[in-house]
Design a protein around this ligand. Structure first.
Ligand code: COA
Length: 320
């Protein structure tokens, strides 16, 4: 086999990287502006490395690893990525890239490697099994047809808003909510609720500064970021991410405060984002959630989402 060569990816490679990611799974395109923004705003304390793999001078894959601060990650798990252009797919090339990135992550102190693939990427999953990765969890992915379900969803959004108002809960957006502490309050809500997302490893805290960078990213807008307010505090939130150049519109996150669960507020606030997307003429939206997140599965089923191939996360233990 003609072994690929790897070179570090610079900020100027963000567009190329997004092209390679898109070529690896064309049905879920990646946005060049968002990739660059993400690279420009790394998470505090995180370590990462990114590479472009080339063969005969032509870029064929995006390769990366990233992990949180080791003192906050006792298991020392590290995310590893290999996104090989479908047109260049060869099992041996893919296996060699996974082995290479595994070695790099291990050299940085990783003890467990975490990789992702889409459920229908049989050939990728076969290669991952060959190089020692085992399936860990599944993230369900769903798609909602806003054209077919538009009228019903708009009606449900209106009814949910009336019901919330009757319980003194206001459904509004960050743009409309004038509290000077609004972002701090939403950050606190997210930090609290993220602890309840089912996951194999604890979800690390996010600094307020990093949170603000994400809120201000080019795929989000304050007038499309929805919050449910009760007594001046956010008790539920949901927003959609609208990629500026290409890609699907996805739900970014939906949550409700533990003291207010089971009152229909998560569903109500998610419905506001969907009704807004319908107004904007968005034809379909995607959402994902862990396969063990029972209330979120229930909400998505009720809202009329259809299942798509999900994301499989796979683990490989390595020695240091
Ligand atoms: C998931 C989450 C947003 C749900 O919030 P919520 O305000 O309780 O949601 P709602 O009240 O609108 O709806 C919950 C629904 O799930 C149902 N439900 C709750 N627990 C359930 C379970 N174990 N199995 C099946 N259904 C369940 C409720 O009965 C309700 O349905 P109903 O109105 O038809 O009776 C909330 O638990 C949360 O913030 N979790 C942490 C963050 C998270 O996981 N977000 C999703 C990440 S993708």
């Amino acid at each position: 086999m003609n072994e690929p060569t790897l070179r570090p990816a610079s900020l100027e490679d963000a567009a190329l990287a997004s092209d390679l990611m898109t070529a690896a799974y064309p049905d879920l395109p990646e946005d060049p502006v968002l990739i660059r923004y993400r690279w420009e705003h790394p998470r505090d304390g995180w370590s990462d490395a990114r590479f472009i793999a080339e063969r005969q001078g032509k870029p064929i894959a995006f390769v990366a690893w990233s992990h949180g601060p080791w003192d906050q990650v006792p298991e020392r798990h590290c995310h590893v990525e290999v996104l090989l252009d479908r047109a260049r797919f060869e099992p041996d090339v893919l296996a060699s890239l996974w082995s290479w990135v595994a070695g790099e992550a291990q050299a940085d102190g990783a003890r467990v490697l975490e990789a992702y693939a889409v459920e229908d990427e049989r050939d990728v999953l076969e290669v991952l099994a060959r190089v020692g990765f085992e399936p860990d969890r599944t993230e369900k992915v769903w798609e909602l047809d806003l054209v077919a379900h538009g009228k019903r969803l708009r009606d449900e959004a209106r009814a949910a808003r009336s019901k919330a108002n009757a319980a003194q809960v206001e459904l509004t957006t960050l743009a409309q909510w004038t509290d000077p502490d609004s972002l701090r309050k939403v950050h606190a809500l997210f930090e609290l609720t993220r602890l309840d997302i089912p996951s194999t490893y604890p979800i690390l805290p996010e600094t307020f500064e990093n949170f603000v960078e994400r809120v201000e990213a080019p795929d989000k807008r304050h007038d499309r970021y929805w919050v449910a307010l009760y007594g001046g505090d956010p008790v539920a939130a949901s927003y959609l991410r609208f990629p500026p150049v290409r890609g699907k519109v996805w739900t970014g996150y939906t949550c409700s405060h533990p003291d207010h669960r089971g009152r229909g507020l998560a569903r109500a606030i998610k419905l506001q984002t969907l009704a807004q997307a319908i107004e904007l003429g968005v034809p379909t939206v995607l959402t994902d959630n862990d396969s063990e997140n029972a209330p979120m599965l229930h909400i998505n089923e009720q809202l009329g989402y259809d299942r798509r191939p999900g994301f499989v996360s796979l683990l490989k233990r390595v020695q240091t």
